[in-house]
Design a protein around this ligand. Structure first.
Ligand code: DGL
Length: 268
């Protein structure tokens, strides 16, 4: 197979990475995509670094065996603690990460250099967003808040619900005290909460790492001469390690279209 027509490998702890797939489909409509969601072992956001590294190694092995041409880490938690492992396994292949893309977009957006991040416990504990921001601008201030309750609320579809509004309000309090002008939605699920967060904090700019990652992927593929210029209808493949109840419904909400055929693949 010509390397340009090989798929982009996108992966996540579960269903959330489909927000990144959706953005990739919009930004790069010619590209073939192979997605892996570790639905049997989700959530990663409360697991230890070593467990996440082991699981990530298995996912990346699977995608590399399937001849992907680039890897997109759609899961913030994986990017936070296993990003370097992915990079090592990928060799010279382009590797894109929601954290690097989000950090750069936050720096391009902020005017007062006070950036807030909301994410899972593991992502916040890793300090990965602060490190990524400080690599570009050591003077920027990064304030992070773990917001674990928001993941199940989004999966429940409560994206415009009073319970979610009050939860968001509570979580935003310590960030607003720090006078942030930019908030990174540092978890695959949070782009769904944009309207609600915007209503709670209209003065704050939101950084959606799904669109910024899609843009970074487009640039990396172009730089590597790997863009797919074929006019064939793109091939989308979705692999998961379990098909739990409501997977189809939740997945299609995240993807914004039908998932078509989903294939089961057990790892480990
Ligand atoms: N995909 C994860 C993230 O972006 C959220 C779900 C999980 O905890 O596994 O951090």
């Amino acid at each position: 197979m010509d390397s340009n027509t090989q798929p982009i490998g996108v992966f996540d702890s579960g269903v959330g990475g489909l927000t990144v797939v959706r953005a990739l489909m919009e930004r790069l409509p010619n590209e073939n995509i192979m997605y892996f969601g570790d639905t049997a072992r989700v959530p990663y956001g409360v697991k230890s670094r070593s467990t996440i590294e082991t699981f990530t190694g298995q996912i990346v092995d699977f995608l590399l065996q399937n001849q992907v041409k680039a890897l997109v880490i759609a899961c913030n938690t994986i990017a936070a603690v296993a990003g370097q492992k992915v990079q090592k396994m990928a060799g010279n292949m382009p590797v894109l990460s929601v954290i690097e893309a989000g950090a750069q977009a936050a720096l391009a957006t902020t005017k007062n250099n006070h950036i807030g991040v909301i994410a899972t416990n593991t992502t916040v504990n890793s300090n990965a967003y602060a490190r990524a921001v400080h690599a570009h601008n050591p003077d920027a201030r990064v304030v992070s808040q773990a917001t674990p309750l928001l993941v199940p609320l989004v999966e429940e579809g409560w994206i415009d619900h009073e319970v979610t509004r009050l939860t968001v309000r509570e979580y935003l309090k310590p960030l607003l005290v720090e006078d942030i002008d930019t908030l990174v939605l540092g978890c695959t699920h949070f782009p769904h909460l944009k309207p609600l967060i915007k209503a709670e904090a209209p003065q704050i700019e939101l950084v959606d790492s799904s669109t910024t990652t899609a843009e970074a992927t487009a640039q990396a593929l172009a730089a590597a001469g790997l863009l797919n210029t074929s006019n064939l209808v793109p091939d989308y493949r979705f692999y998961v390690s379990d098909i739990p109840l409501r997977f189809q419904t939740i997945g299609e909400r995240f993807l914004g279209r039908s998932l078509g055929q989903i294939e089961m693949m057990s790892l480990g």
